[in-house]
Design a binder for this molecule. Structure first.
Ligand code: NAP
Length: 272
């Protein structure tokens, strides 16, 4: 066990991870996991001032208490300019980047057909454009380090939920992961992703308002944020070197359960 810990440490020591949207939730756990493995961490968050900034700064202090360096940088990934400044700050202040964890996401919970134009734009700008801006701006640093990109997706990319328009962006990004996994391979950059099950974070509190059945789900089927963080670390470790452009499902088997009760839908006769 000690030997495993020290070899893990040597794989991540002196390396730098940027985790988008890591002031709270899954991103926070990923930032802590990389720090524990020996990496320096850049904690990104969206909203300047207020609880998000306070949480990001508190996280950096916690990481400093572990003897690792951490820097909090505000940037709304939906803005190309903001992403450019974020990566410029990484280049100037830290001078390297090994791991880009595309974790930030923001979306309304409502059916696609009811999305207002501004909600639809925000959905695409944050969750599609934003992630691609991050990859584009990080490319020179990742190429120099032979780095890794890990995208955090969700089961909404594959399964219907009446109030989860984010699912369509996750599906689009899973295709981007496959494409970048191929196109960046020769530039020594690995690109993979995690398709995560349901995790108890702030966003679940909102989802619960639209999806009452979620409270019927056995506790054992909820994924711990640390379980996602462990797989993100694995995808950045030399042990994952044979994986290219793939999504790993981390859902405690939730998506295996086809026997769950099927909700009543319109019969063929009613429809016709
Ligand atoms: N929770 C789940 O059940 C679940 C399941 C599968 C996959 N996921 C995925 O896992 C990731 C994290 O989810 P979570 O539940 O931990 O989220 P969360 O608790 O809602 O936290 C979201 C984080 O992203 C940041 N963020 C949002 N929009 C941003 C933007 N435009 N630019 C920069 N940062 C931004 C937020 O910063 P502010 O606080 O400043 O807004 C916050 O730090 C997401 O990609 C999500 O889709 C979640």
């Amino acid at each position: 066990m000690e030997q495993t810990r020290s070899s893990e440490h040597s794989a991540f020591q002196g390396k730098v991870a940027l985790v988008t949207g890591s002031s709270r939730g899954i991103g926070r756990s990923i930032a802590l996991r990389f720090a524990r493995a020996g990496a320096e961490v850049v904690v990104n968050y969206r909203k300047a001032g207020g609880s998000s900034q306070a949480a990001a700064e508190a996280l950096c202090q916690e990481i400093a208490g572990m003897g690792r360096r951490a820097t909090a940088i505000q940037a709304n990934i939906a803005s190309k300019e903001a992403v450019r400044s974020l990566l410029q700050a990484v280049r100037e202040r830290i001078e390297r980047l090994d791991f880009l964890i595309l974790n930030a996401a923001r979306a309304p919970f409502k059916p696609i057909e009811r999305l207002l134009e501004r909600e639809l734009r925000q959905l695409v700008e944050t969750n599609y454009f934003g992630n691609i801006f991050c990859v584009q701006e990080a490319l020179p640093l990742l190429e120099a380090s032979g780095g890794t990109v890990v995208f955090i997706s969700s089961l909404g990319s594959r399964f219907y939920n009446p109030a989860y328009p984010l699912g369509s962006m996750k599906a689009a990004m899973e295709s981007v992961v496959r494409d970048l996994g191929e196109s960046l391979w020769d530039r020594r950059i690995a690109v993979n992703g995690i398709c995560a099950g349901i995790v108890k974070t702030d966003s679940l509190k909102v989802l619960r308002q639209y999806w009452e059945e979620i409270d019927l789900m056995p506790d054992d089927l909820f994924v711990d944020p640390e379980e996602i963080a462990d797989v993100a670390l694995f995808l950045c470790s030399p042990q994952s070197r044979g994986i290219r452009g793939q999504m790993l499902v981390v859902d405690r088997g939730l998506s295996n359960r086809l026997y769950r009760p099927i909700p009543k839908t319109m019969s063929r006769k009613e429809r016709e």
